[in-house]
Write a protein that binds this ligand. Structure first.
Ligand SMILES: *[C@@H]1O[C@H](CO)[C@@H](O)[C@H](O)[C@H]1NC(C)=O
Ligand SMILES: *[C@@H]1O[C@H](CO)[C@@H](O)[C@H](O)[C@H]1NC(C)=O
Ligand SMILES: *[C@@H]1O[C@H](CO)[C@@H](O)[C@H](O)[C@H]1NC(C)=O
Ligand SMILES: *[C@@H]1O[C@H](CO)[C@@H](O)[C@H](O)[C@H]1NC(C)=O
Ligand SMILES: *[C@@H]1O[C@H](CO)[C@@H](O)[C@H](O)[C@H]1NC(C)=O
Ligand SMILES: *[C@@H]1O[C@H](CO)[C@@H](O)[C@H](O)[C@H]1NC(C)=O
Ligand SMILES: *[C@@H]1O[C@H](CO)[C@@H](O)[C@H](O)[C@H]1NC(C)=O
Length: 352
């Protein structure tokens, strides 16, 4: 008799245990999306062109369960719209990409913090000015999203924005002043954006963003002298990429004052002059790339006597450096210095 009563009890215990495993998922599914946010998304969808039917889940009342949508699971407000094309960087770029028009109804998502439209094909459309009304936005990724023309200065209203990626060959910025409104900005990625019109004060403008940790301005048609800074504000910078511009400038010495710097790439950018010896003393520097600036001068001997504490790669390929590597430096560092041809992808050599 006793064993018979135990069996259902045991089953009940096992069931309870299994239910616990699934509880968090059940909770998340229970969150119901705000009606107003659902309406806004339905309207936003009407002008999107979606040949692969990626938004087929965008029906039914609970928009928190729709593809690409995340909600605050206490309030049900939409906090993220992630429609990036996962096949974006492949050669079949158009495959899976959304196109069409962005409707202003997007701005009705009052709690939106994360918007990713990267690798879409919003062909030849300007970036909408109303993006400036998404005041809670912390992350905006419009990398290679098909937008073109001049960037609207309204983006400077996004004072909560921490990540801005607008990498694209078809965008143009006339004036960078709006960037100073992005007071929370940490990562700024503008590779390939045409910055030829921004004038010589661009670095002084960016120097007003004290939280900046990554700045990517590769292949931006920046030209002219890189101005000196009297005071370095961007002391948290970890990555500075100014490669593939046409500065015709002396090597700036203010990066030497950014002790957090890990990656510094000003390769292939028409720099001249002497390499500041301070680069060798930067305590966190791992990658220094000054390759293919044909008029950079300096003595290997003096430069490489520095401490180079954490250095992984120094790429000085195709510069006018003279002298020998100092005999006092150990093999471990001399293997990390690239002075000659034959190392086309230096970072790959040290990937391990
Ligand atoms: C709330 O949502 C976040 C991500 O959207 C998730 O990681 C977390 O587990 C959720 N919390 C609960 C209690 O469901
Ligand atoms: C969700 O909303 C509540 C109430 O507005 C807020 O306190 C909380 O920080 C939000 N959580 C997320 C993950 O946005
Ligand atoms: C933006 O999206 C692209 C492609 O989806 C990705 O490679 C890039 O890292 C993203 N940018 C940021 C700042 O997260
Ligand atoms: C956004 O920025 C533009 C241009 O900088 C400005 O004219 C406009 O008043 C701002 N709008 C809001 C809502 O702050
Ligand atoms: C950048 O913009 C300027 C001014 O509109 C134009 O003359 C130039 O050709 C553009 N550069 C590139 C690489 O598109
Ligand atoms: C440094 O940053 C602060 C805060 O953004 C700003 O007020 C100040 O003008 C900046 N200094 C320089 C030299 O740009
Ligand atoms: C860089 O640091 C040196 C030494 O600490 C200081 O004398 C110089 O003024 C600093 N330069 C800038 C641009 O902050």
């Amino acid at each position: 008799m006793e064993t018979v009563t135990w069996i259902p009890l045991l089953t009940l215990l096992i069931l309870c245990f299994m239910a616990r495993e699934f509880l968090p998922r059940i909770d998340a599914e229970m969150v119901n999306c705000l009606d107003s946010d659902k309406e806004a998304l339905m309207d936003f969808k009407t002008d999107l062109h979606d040949p692969e039917n990626r938004l087929s889940s965008w029906k039914g009342s609970n928009c928190c369960q729709w593809q690409g949508i995340s909600c605050n699971n206490t309030t049900g407000a939409v906090i993220a719209v992630d429609l990036h094309n996962p096949h974006g960087s492949s050669s079949r770029h158009d495959f899976w990409s959304l196109s069409g028009e962005i409707r202003p109804s997007l701005t009705k998502l009052k709690s939106l913090r994360h918007l990713d439209l990267s690798f879409s094909t919003f062909n030849d459309n300007l970036i909408p000015e109303f993006f400036g009304y998404l005041k809670d936005l912390q992350y905006l990724n419009l990398s290679n999203a098909g937008f073109s023309g001049a960037l609207p200065p309204n983006l400077g209203n996004l004072s909560s924005l921490q990540y801005l990626d607008i990498e694209s060959l078809d965008l143009l910025v006339h004036n960078l002043e709006w960037v100073t409104g992005l007071v929370s900005l940490r990562h700024l990625i503008m590779n390939e954006v045409n910055l030829s019109m921004v004038g010589s004060n661009w670095i002084r403008t960016l120097n007003k963003l004290p939280f900046l940790t990554e700045l990517h301005l590769s292949f931006c048609s920046l030209s002219g002298s890189i101005p000196p800074l009297t005071f370095v504000n961007i002391t948290s910078l970890v990555v500075l990429d100014l490669s593939l511009n046409t500065f015709n400038s002396k090597i700036p010495d203010w990066p030497v004052n950014i002790s957090s710097d890990v990656t510094l790439d000003i390769s292939n950018s028409d720099l001249f002059g002497r390499i500041p010896l301070g680069f060798g003393e930067l305590p966190n520097l791992q990658f220094l790339n000054l390759a293919e600036n044909d008029n950079i001068r300096g003595s290997c001997n003096k430069l490489l006597m520095g401490r180079w504490e954490k250095i992984e790669v120094v790429n000085l390929f195709s510069n006018k450096l003279h002298g020998e590597l100092p005999s006092s430096i150990g093999n471990s560092i001399s293997e990390r210095i690239i002075l000659r041809e034959g190392f086309q992808d230096p970072l790959a050599n040290f990937a391990t």
